[in-house]
Design a protein around this ligand. Structure first.
Ligand SMILES: Cc1cc2ncn([C@H]3O[C@H](COP(=O)(O)O)[C@@H](O)[C@H]3O)c2cc1C
Ligand SMILES: O=C(O)c1cccnc1
Length: 345
């Protein structure tokens, strides 16, 4: 596991104090620049080279009517990513981030026409998870296989010189799996965590709460204890790949920008599995999904934005990139009091 460099943080803080502005006047942007300095090789880090990887997979629990959309949408959206028409295609392009999609377990067949800005890796572990309400979502071996796909994506990003990793997800039914994981790992009750996902009714949400309660009771009876046990029992293939992705990023010493509810559930798994992963995580936004704020608080993360988003796909993280790049540009390019000949206090 890579360790963060406190000496660079101190040097970056000193540098901030010399820039031509009242100290602290750039608020959170100052803290962001210092945060990145501690996770780079310089007190004044270079512009970030961000990579977005969207992990896609299906969920057997979709059979329980927990989503407003049918399961086929997962594969159809993968085709949309490759064609360039999804929100994340637009946002990654705007932010200058590379975009790839990893199919780690889409159940339906889909046809792709490569015309957009996303590269597709077809590496399905199985055709979607099993229904986590009634049986383990996947086997331990399948979970490890999905986790390793996340690690592989980090290696590719490293080889490409990327300096910030963003994971996204696509998988109809995955707010149910994410909610179950968050409940299991934070001991917060499902009523506080289960949300509306793609836009189910309040009545459907009550049913979704019961599905999560049943899944938790079943998994507990099956002897789930560790974060990885819970991932096998109530997780998802894309969530396992994301947890591997975050763990690999921390091992390689590359900062991670989290997205919404599902990616935060994956981060919880990664951190409960290896607490040092937490040092490398930054929260982009707090989504409108009911339990997201609780999950971020459990990770002691403060989101940068709160825009009422509830999309996923890494959209919130991509939207935060321009702010982060601005924070680093200010840190890098502003004049100092002495270079500009400006009187100090
Ligand atoms: C067209 C469309 C595009 C999406 N992009 C992300 N999601 C988001 O919605 C899903 C989770 O919500 P639930 O648990 O209610 O199914 C995930 O696929 C997530 O990424 C989408 C959903 C839809 C319908
Ligand atoms: O918070 C999210 O990432 C989210 C919320 C609803 C649906 N999909 C994703």
């Amino acid at each position: 596991m890579s360790v963060i460099n406190q000496a660079l943080a101190t040097a970056a803080r000193l540098h901030q104090g010399q820039l031509t502005k009242p100290q602290g006047s750039l608020g959170k942007l100052e803290e962001l620049a210092i945060w990145f300095a501690a996770r780079s090789n310089s007190a004044v880090p270079a512009r970030l080279l961000p990579a977005v990887v969207v992990f896609a997979a299906d969920h057997g629990v979709a059979a329980e009517s927990v989503s407003a959309f049918p399961a086929e949408v997962t594969g159809q959206m993968v085709a949309n990513f490759v064609a360039g028409g999804a929100a994340i295609n637009v946002l990654a392009r705007e932010a200058g981030a590379s975009l790839s999609v990893a199919d780690v377990g889409v159940a339906s067949s889909y046809t792709v026409t490569e015309s957009g800005n996303a590269v597709l890796f077809r590496v399905p572990v199985r055709a979607g998870t099993a229904n986590l309400r009634i049986e383990p979502a996947m086997s331990e071996q399948e979970c490890n296989q999905a986790w390793t796909i996340g690690l592989d994506r980090v290696q590719e990003a490293l080889a490409g010189g990327k300096s910030l990793l963003i994971g996204g997800e696509m998988g109809i039914g995955n707010t149910t799996a994410a909610a179950a994981l968050i409940c299991a790992l934070t001991h917060i009750e499902p009523e506080k965590i289960v949300g509306l996902g793609t836009g189910i009714t309040a009545q459907s949400r009550e049913h979704k709460v019961q599905v999560v309660k049943d899944a938790l009771a079943r998994a507990r009876a099956a002897g789930a204890v560790s974060a990885k046990d819970w991932l096998v029992q109530v997780g998802g293939l894309e969530i396992a790949a994301l947890a591997g992705f975050y763990t690999g990023a921390a091992e390689a010493g590359i900062p991670v920008l989290l997205d919404g509810f599902i990616t935060t559930a994956a981060a919880l798994v990664a951190v409960k599995n290896k607490p040092e992963v937490a040092d490398w995580l930054l929260a982009s936004h707090c989504s409108d999904e009911k339990g997201h704020g609780h999950a971020l608080a459990a990770l002691q993360l403060e989101p940068i934005l709160q825009l009422g988003l509830r999309l996923g796909e890494a959209s919130g993280a991509a939207l935060t990139l321009p702010l982060i790049q601005s924070a680093l540009a200010l840190h890098r390019d502003m004049a100092t009091f002495s270079s500009a000949g400006i009187a100090t206090k």
